[in-house]
Unconditional design. Sequence first.
Length: 329
Amino acid sequence: MKRMLSGIKPTGQLHLGNYIGALKNFVNYQDEYEMFAFIANLHCITTAQDPNELQKNLKDCVALYLACGLDPNKATIFLQTDIKAQAQLGYIICCHTYMGELNRMTQFKDKMAKNETNLSGGLYTYPALMAADILIYDPDYVPVGDDQKQHVELTRDLAERFNNKYGELFKVPEPLISKVGARIMSLSDPSKKMSKSDDNDKGCVYLLDDLNVAKKKVMSAVTDSLANVKYDPINQPGISNLIQIYSSLSNNMPYAEIEKMFEGKGYGDFKKAVSEKVCETLSDIQEKYNNIINSDILEKTLNDGATKANLIAEEKLKKVQKALGMEIL
Ligand code: ATP
Ligand code: LTN
């Protein structure tokens, strides 16, 4: 069975973009692949966090993994800090990552360009830790949203660098970007991706949003004046985004079929249909979340996941340290 690994950095509440671009795919893949899904709590603290809020978001994230359908009997679900070898390999990989490479990473560059002050060293070296998160488990594929592709490509370069210098140490993984929904855009500004760090809350539907609030957000999504439900991201970015959401929540229904269904209908009708799909999805997730959040399944899931992940990670770290001449015994 081929192996797959991915992580989410819950610095806020998970949203529809995270679900469509990442989580939903983890769930679809868990039968076909050996799935590793972790919660990247080290990556979370690369930007300042309120401790109480962070803890709630981390717990919600595990509960939402399960509520969205990840099955702990199939997938290995764990918390990044429970696997100490990951951070240690992160340091080793960081020592093999050029500053030029880190300077090119758009996530960091964007923050620099916005003149954000007090950017941390952790944020700058984050891609090296992300490479370790991945390479320590030798996955074949890394399913991520579009914005993470560059980090996975750097991971591939780093794997090859180690393999060339020290002998075969790592599998060179491939990013897996889904065709539909790899970049869900903000409902209030379809030129920006839907993001929990969005200043405007109206553009982002959270998985735990009250259903009326979610409905309102979809109904007031920014569209255009062309009055034509057509997938045309250049000229009709708002409508195209809604088509993407509708398709993704309807078993990837082809865009042409959606266009046909809404031919001659107004945007109001289309938005209503999208909001119904969104609310159906949220309602199902929230019902499961409410059953899970205060049960002991969270603890068991994380303990079992850590046990399994640690076995693999420690063995790989030892192998790498040995190859680098760092071990004595
Ligand atoms: P945000 O921008 O909301 O802070 P993020 O991308 O920085 O999110 P994560 O929460 O770790 O950080 O994202 C988890 C996964 O969700 C990643 O694979 C990411 O690519 C994907 N993702 C995030 N936003 C979107 C989006 N708008 N559309 C599709 N996928 C997304
Ligand atoms: N960088 C990712 C989260 C992340 C990740 C990973 C994803 C950390 N380590 C390893 C896939 C594989 C993000 O910001 N979304």
